[in-house]
Design a protein around this ligand. Sequence first.
Ligand code: LIP
Length: 241
Amino acid sequence: MKYKEEFFEAEKVAREVGIFLADQRTKEIELSVGRDIKLRLDKISEEKIIDYLSAMFDHGFLAEEGGLIGKAKKDKPYWIVDPIDGTLNFSRDFQMCCVSIALWKDHMPIFGVIYDFNNKDLFKGYVGENSFLNNKLLRYSNNNEIHQSIVATGIPSQIDLTDEVIGDFTEVLRSYKKVRMIGSAALSIAYVASGKFDTYLENGIKIWDVAAGVAILSALGVKYEIEMMSDDSVFLKAGNF
Ligand code: LIP
């Protein structure tokens, strides 16, 4: 494990920031544009993560609030941070939200950590090693029948919901037994890794929403396909698709 120290510290700061978020009572919305909202706490918690990790390591960042920070070059290891994935849920005290931190290089995951601070569940995976939930090996579903599968998906904040987009979306979902939209891409993927869901599909989701989850899936050997767009969004299919 070349980045063992980074892995350890990412878990530590994800837990610290998660505990901080779980304690917050006021969730002031700073900005609400289209289908997206930003809380003051998004910025505050992202700064906490960046300050902590940059005091220890030299890697740059790609972060939801701050974009590219420091010497983030994609051929060198760089952090991908989503301080609160599922911000809208968090703002309404709907407990599907988490802290998500990953280390990537050359468009490939090295490791990922997701902290579901409401349930005190820590998902983590290091590519080439394995993936864990609270230090117990994760087990994903081996259901390979699409019509028996539960697919998790979402409607990305930035997407233009034309009739054509909605049509394509329903066409894909029609093949599955059940569809779940929990409002947190990171947790949706963590639930594929832990066998609660069989599949995750989302077109236009931002890389920081899924980077840690992709690392966890990759470390676990779950099949996935990712297509990267130039605006930091991706088309991700994982699990049974
Ligand atoms: C959210 C995602 C959610 C997606 C939203 C949004 P945020 O992340 O995880 O699944 O549908 O568009 O991007 O903004 O709460 O970090």
